[in-house]
Design a protein around this ligand. Structure first.
Ligand code: GDP
Ligand code: MG
Length: 163
């Protein structure tokens, strides 16, 4: 069984962009991996030192209807639950938000190892990009740019040491 890495974060932080950069196929066949739910977006990892599966989640996205929000959040919580590690994506341009704090709290409760990534950091001073994210209490934030590929290999090297 390959390690499963879930990409989690609020809307528009760049989860799908990172997913596409990390994977060689957008829709990995999960038939060979019993125990994984089929209706999520899995891919085979190609960036980093060894094979893994990566899951793109959209479940913390706020929607108007309470019921749908609940169902989507449940999907993401399930994805976290069946993952071996979570990459929690935040956005250096928008900075730290209350929603990031809420997600951090859910991740802490999950008991999964969490790697905190600060995306969209291209062209920024790295120390400036990550400084406010220490407040989440999830360890050292790692600055990346999913769109440009910067920091992505180091992120995965680091993540795969944890699983
Ligand atoms: P998701 O909602 O978390 O899946 O986010 P998406 O991957 O759909 O990205 C949301 C927006 O952010 C898109 O317009 C992306 O092009 C943009 N984006 C993603 N990664 C980066 C990045 O590293 N730098 C910048 N500047 N924009 C990015
Ligand atoms: Mg997305």
């Amino acid at each position: 069984m390959l390690p499963v890495i879930a990409l989690v974060g609020r809307p528009n932080v760049g989860k799908s962009t990172l997913f596409n950069r990390l994977t060689k196929s957008r829709d990995a066949l999960v038939a060979d991996f019993p125990g994984l739910t089929r209706d999520r977006h899995y891919g085979h990892g190609k960036v980093g030192p060894r094979p893994y599966l990566v899951v793109d989640t959209g479940g913390f996205e706020p929607v108007v209807k309470e019921g749908i929000l609940h169902a989507m959040a449940k999907q993401t919580l399930q994805a976290i639950d069946e993952s071996d590690l979570v990459i929690f994506l935040t956005d250096a341009r928008q900075g730290l938000t209350p929603h990031d704090h809420e997600i951090a709290e859910k991740l802490r409760k999950s008991g999964r190892p969490v790697i905190l990534a600060v995306n969209k950091s291209e062209g920024m001073r790295l120390s400036g990009a990550i400084s406010e994210f220490y407040e989440l209490g999830l360890g050292e934030p790692i600055a990346i740019s999913s769109a440009h590929g910067e920091g992505v290999k180091s992120l995965l090297d680091y993540a795969l040491e944890e699983v």
